[in-house]
Design a protein around this ligand. Sequence first.
Ligand SMILES: [Zn+2]
Length: 277
Amino acid sequence: MNSKFERYPGLTLALKFIGHILLFVFLTLLTQIGGVVYLLSLLLAKRLGLKARRKKVLAFSALYLLANLLIVPLIAPLFGREKMKEFKVVRAHSVFYKLANRNYVRPELNKAITAIAEDFEKRNEGIQLVYLDANFPFIDGFPLLPHLSHNDGKKVDVSLVYEKEGKISNKKPSFSGYGVFEGPTDREYDQIAVCKKAGKWQYDFPKYLTFGRINRKIEFSAKGTRDLARRITRQKEVGKLFIEPHLKTRLGLKSQKVRYHGCQAVRHDDHIHFQLR
Ligand SMILES: [Zn+2]
């Protein structure tokens, strides 16, 4: 901030302050704890007399990792949540979900997910349950954007199932896990068109959130996804499952737990959402 702004120290200070606030808000929305860690890292940098930006970034990164790996998992149980259990048959689609603290659930949901994944793997050897956004570790009512309802530890999104050359695969088509849709065919009911016609522009917004397509040779597996959805609805702890209406029909899902999420949400033909009772 030299040259022009040096003549206006007040303005420089104001711009810096706004920059800090924007970063605080962004990190808080993305990771829940990131904003607070950022403030702590500013204090630490001041204490240690760190001037170079590189050193400040390093201080933030070290504090953030310490919180993410050690401190948050210790405190989350006070808020009734724990880290999603990861093992042979349950994994995050991307390390991002874990680094951003978006992998916290209530213990009952953890148990249900384990049971669903083991049950599913028994019928589909070597195939994993791949999760996306779950919940943040702290505070009921604190939403995990862009999912307004993921705010109580009871919700989780999981990937659909895909196959390659007719064989069920662990591969997924989107880098982020969202935004590659298994849309309705010409003969199927098109809820997406209905919502968009009603002015719900956000309904297919996740198409901008793929962060790139991967594994282009895989195809949607009706058999695998049907089987997964059925394992989910059979769990007594599960209260609701959201999937787009044309997939519900295509897969022949009859359970009362399979509901429509409404046009105010986003389309659910790139992932399945389920939640505790
Ligand atoms: Zn969801």
